[in-house]
Write a protein that binds this ligand. Structure first.
Ligand code: GLU
Length: 589
């Protein structure tokens, strides 16, 4: 246990003691919040100790990684409500130990049938809605894919029923859990948005203020919602009474009498919910220095962008370079991959994404020659456009939205699953009487075309999924799992995954150091956003022309490494996102 996690654990126990409530939040006594665990029988790394515990409990009873993943995701909907939950979506990547195959489920939110490419243009002005106005509105809410993903994952790889997978979450929602410093901070940062809606203020601002750290937060409405789903199945959401409430909340959000905003109304109907389907997709695949790296194909840009950057890096002997040159190549490869991402990637049902070309060695070679060892070069805007300088600017993504978690079981199955409601707190609209926040995922579309004379692959259309950056990843070596990893953090997700892979594979760092090392994220912009410790150690990079914009934290990774003889090492974060929770079923002595 690090000093930091010890301090956090102690604080929670003490404050809960002060209000004379038992530590009812945990399913079983004793799981401390640890960023690191090594052992056997399966592992979970997630944002909260209650969710990790829910997953470990399912694994302990013999459940599969998919069973445990649904229990973890449902519990995160209770204990990490500003990051994800029933009102959102995500991407589920699975390794099946029996077949040796990696598969994925695309559970991304979709645009309602009444949406279109002009939906983010304000009819009153003819100009795009200011981003914050669009975020806190029913208009930004995509048809949630979360629950359908859980059902599909259990159908394909589960051994327990959805109603059983929801049990730990129901228990935590009923009994409550201690408010963490992170939740309190998230509520305070969003209180001006939350108080616009009566349902959101009731749940998250009891008595008009954010609850204190250590007080018990209960969510009986969400417990009832999960119970209704447990009884009636997912149709309660996709067409039934929960769905009716979701659609109504997007069209007519419960504005407070003293609300100061006029949110653009949403266009979602119950029929949109009825029509929602997850998509089973083939994963993206690249080989990298003898490893097989599997990621999420479009509608996420994660798998292609990570894969293209790795392919570019593979044309160099990064391991033999000095630190400055190696990091320079990492940043430049990332920049080049982002140029293609922005130009080409969107929902493949609407856009012809040249996935094979972008992931080909020929394309990597074309890009690799645009890296000079002696200076930073401008990225081209598109392969066919020659070396046109990119005009991007550094865009810090200070708010780490979303959550990522990983699970393995004793059979050797692995899940890498990223869940989101987009911004911290999503649209800030809690569905009245239902206990969960709705996403603002549709603001991941471009509001107006961004690619000059070229078509923009990421404009809204009926049924279309907005481009994501989520990058749940599974890496195999000789057909067996080597790593499972992913992170939240908007488009910095891609570089966080990439950097951990470079640290682990090229720099030969152990997994713990690979995850805990300071991060930098270059996304085809003039300046590279980086954590202060990265900048402090980056002297040689500035001489090559790199410019840095500091940001306290980038991402919050959850990872597992598979060691010989069924041993696993689970690694989360020590300080990013206040530390995350790693555990194994049988700890190694
Ligand atoms: N809406 C974001 C995406 O899909 C969620 C990820 C994040 O913001 O962390 O890329």
């Amino acid at each position: 246990m690090t000093a930091r996690t010890r301090a956090l654990t102690t604080a929670v126990v003490l404050t809960v003691g002060l209000i004379a409530a038992p530590t009812t939040a945990s399913a079983a006594p004793g799981l401390a919040k640890e960023p690191l665990a090594t052992g056997y029988g399966g592992a979970v790394v997630s944002d909260t100790v209650e969710a990790t515990e829910a997953g470990i409990d399912v694994l302990r009873r013999g459940g599969t990684a998919a069973d445990a993943a649904v229990a973890v995701a449902a519990t995160l909907g209770v204990t990490d409500p500003f990051m994800a939950g029933l009102g959102g979506g995500g991407y589920f990547v699975h390794y099946d130990a029996r077949t040796g195959r990696v598969s994925t489920i695309d559970g991304r939110e979709t645009t309602p049938a009444a949406g279109d490419a002009q939906m983010f243009i304000d009819p009153a002005t003819g100009a795009p809605y200011p981003f914050p106005r669009a975020v806190t509105s029913g208009l930004s809410v995509g048809v949630p894919g979360m629950l359908a993903t859980w059902e599909r994952a259990l159908q394909r790889w589960g051994t327990i029923k959805l109603k059983d997978a929801l049990k730990p979450a129901i228990k935590v929602a009923d009994k409550g859990f201690p408010v963490t410093p992170e939740i309190r901070a998230e509520i305070i940062a969003n209180q001006d948005r939350l108080k616009q809606f009566t349902s959101s203020a009731e749940l998250f601002l009891p008595g008009g203020a954010a609850p204190e750290v250590g007080t018990v937060m209960r969510n009986p409405d969400l417990a009832d919602t999960y119970r209704e789903i447990a009884k009636q199945g997912t149709r309660a959401f996709y067409g039934g009474s929960i769905g009716a409430d979701v659609a109504a909340a997007t069209q007519h959000p419960p504005l407070a009498p003293d609300a100061t905003i006029t949110p653009p109304p949403g266009r979602m109907t119950v029929q949109d919910l009825r029509d929602y389907r997850t998509i089973d997709r083939a994963p993206t695949h690249v080989t990298y220095r003898g490893y097989d790296v599997y990621g999420m194909a479009p509608s996420s840009s994660g798998g292609i962008t990570v894969g293209e950057a790795l392919n570019i890096l593979e044309t160099f002997d990064v391991g033999a370079m000095d630190r400055t040159q190696a990091l320079h190549h990492y940043l430049e490869a990332s920049k080049l991959a982002f140029a293609d991402r922005n130009r080409y990637i969107g929902d493949p049902a609407f856009v012809n994404v040249p996935q094979d070309r972008l992931l080909s060695d020929a394309h990597a070679a074309l890009r690799a020659c645009l890296i000079s060892p002696t200076s930073v070069l401008p990225a081209p805007t598109a392969p066919d456009a020659g070396c046109v300088p990119a005009a991007g600017t550094a865009s810090p993504e200070n708010e780490v939205h979303t959550n990522h978690f990983v699970v393995s079981d004793r059979r050797g199955n692995v899940v890498s699953y990223t869940n989101t409601i987009e911004q911290v707190g999503g649209s800030a609209i809690v569905v009245p009487g239902r206990g969960f926040l709705l996403n603002n995922e549709l603001t991941d579309f471009n509001f107006t075309p961004t690619q000059g004379s070229a078509p923009d692959p990421n404009l809204a259309a009926p049924g279309k999924r907005p481009r994501s950056s989520m990058s749940p990843t599974i890496v195999l070596k000789d057909g067996k799992p080597f790593l499972a990893l992913g992170s939240p953090g908007g488009s910095t997700i891609i570089t966080t995954v990439l950097q951990i892979l470079v640290n682990r594979i090229d720099f030969g760092m152990n997994l713990r150091d690979s995850v805990w090392a300071p991060r930098a994220t270059q996304r085809n912009s003039a300046s590279t956003v980086a954590e202060p410790a990265f900048i402090a150690a980056a002297g040689g990079l500035q001489a090559l022309g790199h410019v840095f914009t500091p940001q306290e934290f980038i991402g919050a990774a959850a990872t597992i490494e598979f060691l010989p003889h069924g041993k696993v090492q689970a690694v989360g974060e020590t300080v990013r996102r206040g530390g995350t929770s790693a555990a194994v079923v049988f700890p190694a002595r």
